[in-house]
Design a protein around this ligand. Structure first.
Ligand SMILES: [Zn+2]
Length: 92
């Protein structure tokens, strides 16, 4: 099997952390799928896609199911973020 992106032939089963976004939460799902070791393209078969879709639907309904908190998602909220950015831009 050759990579459709880079045409390399180094595609190997690799443990990845698929990310599901449930509202403002991110859920990492460790699964093993073929990944191109050259460019990083991931190859999902139909059953894997279906599994992830069903898991997504389930997690949307039952948020606590089999989930372990390993970090936080933080929003940088400051009234003058935009003016900070504008100031940096004006010095370019
Ligand atoms: Zn590739």
């Amino acid at each position: 099997m050759k990579c459709i992106i880079c045409h390399g032939d180094n595609i190997q089963m690799t443990m990845i952390q698929e990310t599901l976004k449930i509202e403002n939460d991110l859920v990492y799902v460790p699964i093993s799928i073929p990944v191109c070791r050259n460019c990083g393209e991931r190859y999902y078969d139909r059953k894997t896609m279906r599994f992830l879709e069903q898991l997504y639907q389930t997690l949307r309904k039952e948020k606590q199911m089999n989930l372990q908190e390993i970090g936080k998602i933080l929003l940088y909220s400051c009234d003058n973020v935009q003016s900070e950015l504008n100031q940096i831009r004006s010095h370019l």
